[in-house]
Ligand binder design. Structure first.
Ligand code: NI
Length: 226
């Protein structure tokens, strides 16, 4: 399941991110991957403990905490501090899979990477190429979103970033451990929640929507691990 979460950041917040990122020190993106990833990866990143990255990461996590679509789809338990990458001059990231667990920098904790997010920070008109391509059992999906929008996709999927052939593509990316580990359960909960909201929007609150909300929460209670 891939979910497009529009307008996670406002235009002003995107501009603030870009202003700070333009002054930041970028390093080789190979620093945050294992051997398999290093062979495929050609880009630049902000260092994991960079102050600018930390500041912007907080801004992104605060915006996400208020986003009902992200919450419904991810049921987030823990999210690693967001990272930032930059591709230009033909840089790309070949087909790879993200590691299943990830250390939280500056701590002794690990999170299980259930979901990957890419938050686009560049207007698609400002660069060519740079599509995120995610492969699943239904084929390959190519994603290039407006600045401020986010794509949420299973961290268990193979994916790549196509070469950027004009301009620069700047994004934030991060992993989330979900309260619901099983992707089938998480997807069902998401669909049920969206259906309840649609029914409520059409017909208002009723005994039936109350009963359905109860069933949603009882399934979440059964399937969540926190
Ligand atoms: Ni990846």
């Amino acid at each position: 399941m891939m979910i497009h979460v529009p307008k996670v950041l406002t235009a002003e917040q995107v501009a603030e991110c870009r202003r700070l990122l333009d002054t930041a020190e970028w390093t080789d993106g190979k620093a945050t991957v294992g051997e398999q990833g290093a062979l495929a990866k050609r880009n630049r990143q902000l260092p994991e403990l960079s102050p600018v990255g930390r500041q912007l990461g907080e801004l992104i996590l605060t915006a996400l905490a208020r986003n009902p679509l992200f919450f419904s789809a991810a049921l987030p338990l823990k999210t690693v501090p967001p990272l930032f990458n930059r591709y230009e001059g033909g840089e790309h990231y070949g087909m790879h899979i993200d590691g299943a667990v990830r250390a939280v920098p500056g701590s002794s904790h690990f999170i299980r990477t259930d979901l990957s997010s890419t938050l686009f920070l560049t207007d698609p008109a400002d660069y060519d190429g740079g599509e995120l391509v995610v492969a699943d059992t239904f084929g390959q999906h190519s994603v290039k979103l407006p600045a401020g929008d986010l794509i949420l996709y299973p961290a268990s999927s193979l994916h790549r970033v196509n070469p950027v052939t004009r301009g620069a593509r700047i994004s934030s990316f991060f992993w989330t451990q979900s309260m619901v580990a099983d992707a089938r359960h998480r997807e069902l909960l998401f669909q049920l929640d969206q259906s309840i909201q649609r029914v409520r929007g059409k017909h208002g609150e009723s005994e039936e929507t109350l009963a359905l909300a109860g069933q949603y929460h009882n399934l979440l209670r059964m399937w969540s691990e926190i």
